[in-house]
Ligand binder design. Sequence first.
Ligand SMILES: [Zn+2]
Length: 192
Amino acid sequence: MDQEFGNSSIDIIMKHSLIYYGNPTLRKHAKAIKEITDETRALVEDMIEIMNTHNGIGLAAPQAGILSRVFITCVPKEDESGEWIDGTLRVFINPKILNVSNEKQIDQEGCLSIPKIFGHVERPKVVTVSAQDLEGKPFEITLEGLEARCVLHENDHINGVLYIDRLNKKERKEIDKDLRELKKQQKNKASK
Ligand SMILES: [Zn+2]
């Protein structure tokens, strides 16, 4: 969604948009946020918009073109009757992975910045992470299953790591052609 052409000062103007594989920003290490400002809040607002527009369950700032250590997650949950219910939106500023379980889980992963490509990634089943919320308040949370996977995937993003780096050789090879194609599209876009 592109709102850049909005001209009213009252309108919320999206300054950030989703960037894709092939953009070098996705490979860079993001910097800590020293102070949470209006700019940080605007970035997070845009990230939520991008995540929702693309039906994602998580997004990291580098995917919005900003090299700051912040990511968001909103992972749907299965309730007792097997129905999927909306997840809780969580904002992680300056996150630190404090602990991961020895127990691992293998599941399929995708990434909004690498559309239409999927692969199986082994990750710890449980993760404990500390971070600050949008008010700057520190918190610590232990998550498991898909939510743990999502946190670890997004945390990788702020270190310039993509899930495709974690695929086994065979799977990585299988998607190689699609990745090259995606990279080429980005180059074409950049040169226009
Ligand atoms: Zn991703």
